[in-house]
Design a protein around this ligand. Structure first.
Ligand code: FAD
Ligand code: NAD
Length: 463
């Protein structure tokens, strides 16, 4: 079979790959982008992850606001959530973004946007089973793997037979909202869906295997999040080990081992949200010599190069933090080093994040726990969100703000915000950290009143 030769092949059109492709073309490299499905044009973020979830979170926030409208002197009545309409709105947002992405990629790549599943059949040769049912062989000197992750399904006895939801299928649920949603996993995906469906009207129970939800956060922050969610009526079963799942009629029974023995949790639906599995298994990496770690992710150096010269791994697949903005920064690293003669590394980048519960939980830099483990000499600033005037005007005083500062230099080492607009305000802190400004700049800066950002004046004045 004829092998079509390229300068560069990108396997997987995630945030990193779809951004890199047009730039390689512009730089004069003959480039093919292999994306497995037209339904996934633009990658996971816009089709099955960030964008659809945040679109559905927006519906949940409207329901919550309507539910509490009387507090604001507005009688909106009891809101009725039409899940079909929520899903239709989500589909429309996704579809519009997918079309924009398709338009951009077709413009940049023309016929070199190849829809089909890619896998290696030689060191630098990729076979594509195209959507039209044909088989193509492509080779290139430079190959970029950007195939992302999929929901991790634990080997839990009875799970497959009983049936379950993932982050993808739960966003295609139609009809009535689940009567009782059990969420297995108390991390990002679990908590965003837990609050969302609670606000749609479901009873929700979150099952976590550790004593603390959001294990990467400080205990005071995780406890505050849990308390907030409990106040909305979400139940938590923590320090629980899932033993097996059964389905009886319309009831799913999750058998758990908890501190005081066995617990059978009964629900109408079960969402499995216990992490993401890398999609390396279908790539036949053995044909290239690219190695994977114990979990199947592709180890890379700080320039995102794999162990095989000329093959890079970008985005979630390289085992780094799983965020779209990190996948985008992976693209920047490759662009800088490959096309601009730079020496950009992932070592010194700050990794901001926002958990889109309401109020949002945003974080950047070190947690207090991490800083203490590193033996750093630190000072902690902490204040309730209620101390921020804007939180009062919004009637949203729940949450807290916390910062970790180097006691000697005054540099900000980390910050966590659990409050309104936290995802936006954290960028201000991040920029101060990037510029290595002392905390006093945020303490004494003239910030618009009344905004949530002004809360940084309040927070840093506590030091
Ligand atoms: C429910 C959910 C919500 C999230 N919310 C957020 C959020 O709010 N903010 C945030 O920053 N991050 C969020 N994330 C994480 C974020 O979606 C990922 O970090 C990001 O999408 C990773 O991008 P990527 O470049 O690694 O590739 P991906 O977006 O994972 O794309 C990989 C692409 O490769 C394709 N592909 C896979 N295998 C092959 C193959 N063999 N051949 C051809 N194509 C292939 C896939 O179809 C896909 O299009 C969320 C994740 C989930 C699951
Ligand atoms: N807002 C955002 O930026 C956003 C939103 C959703 C997802 N994401 C990304 O996607 C990633 C994946 O999300 P996730 O929630 O699946 O993973 P996660 O790592 O955030 O949380 C998984 C949770 O499942 C628990 N767990 C693991 N195995 C278990 C088991 N057998 N039984 C019970 N609990 C178990 C873990 O202890 C952990 O609490 C996140 O880490 C994040 O990077 C980001």
């Amino acid at each position: 079979m004829n092998i079509e030769h390229y300068d560069a092949i990108i396997i997987g059109g995630g945030k990193a790959g779809k951004t890199l492709a047009p730039v390689l073309v512009k730089a004069g490299r003959k480039t093919a982008l292999v994306e497995r499905s037209l339904q996934m044009i633009g990658g996971g973020c816009i089709n099955i992850a960030c964008i659809p979830t945040k679109t559905m979170v927006a519906s949940a926030e409207v329901a919550h606001t309507a539910q509490n409208s009387a507090v604001y002197g507005v009688n909106a009545g009891v809101p009725v959530v039409d899940l079909d309409a929520v899903i239709r709105r989500k589909r429309a947002v996704v579809q519009a973004l997918r079309e924009v992405n398709l338009h951009n990629l077709e413009n940049a790549l023309g016929h070199e946007l190849i829809i089909g599943l890619g896998r290696f059949v030689g060191p630098k040769t990729v076979e594509v089973q195209t959507d039209e049912g044909t088989r193509r062989l492509l080779s290139a000197d430079e190959i970029f793997i950007n195939t992302g992750t999929r929901p991790l399904i634990p080997p839990l006895p009875g799970l497959k037979e009983a049936g379950f939801l993932t982050s993808e299928s739960i966003m295609e649920l139609e009809g009535a909202v689940p009567e009782h949603l059990i969420v297995l996993g108390s991390g990002y995906i679990g908590l965003e869906f837990a609050q969302m469906f609670r606000r749609y009207g479901s009873r929700v129970t979150v099952v976590g295997q550790s004593a603390q939800i959001l294990t990467q956060q400080d205990p005071d922050i995780a406890n505050a999040v849990q308390k907030l969610l409990e106040q909305e009526g979400i139940g938590f079963v923590l320090e629980a080990k899932a033993l097996r799942v059964d389905r009886s009629g319309s009831t799913t029974v999750l058998q758990l081992h908890v501190a005081d023995g066995k617990l059978n949790l009964e629900g109408s639906h079960l969402l499995v949200a216990v992490g993401r599995a890398p999609t390396t298994d279908i790539l036949n990496l053995a044909a290239t010599g690219v190695t994977v770690d114990g979990r199947g992710f592709i180890p890379v150096n700080d320039r995102l190069e794999t162990n095989v010269a000329g093959i890079w791994a970008l985005g979630d697949i390289n085992g780094g933090p799983q965020y779209t903005h990190i996948a985008l920064d992976d693209y920047r690293i490759v662009r800088a080093n490959l096309l601009e003669g730079g020496n950009r590394s992932r070592n010194d980048r700050l990794v901001p994040s926002a958990l889109f519960i309401d109020p949002e939980l945003a974080h950047v830099g070190l947690t207090e726990t991490e800083a203490r483990h590193q033996g750093l000499d630190i000072r902690i600033a902490k204040v309730d969100a209620a101390a921020v005037p804007r939180a009062r005007t919004l009637g949203r005083t729940e949450g807290l703000l916390k910062a970790i500062v180097d006691a000697q230099t005054g540099h900000i080492l980390g910050c966590t915000l659990l409050c309104q607009a936290a995802g936006e305000v954290i960028s201000t802190v991040q920029m101060a950290m990037t510029a290595r400004l002392p905390y006093t700049v945020l303490r004494d800066g003239v910030l618009t009143h009344p905004t949530m950002a002004e809360g940084l004046n309040v927070l840093f004045s506590k030091l």
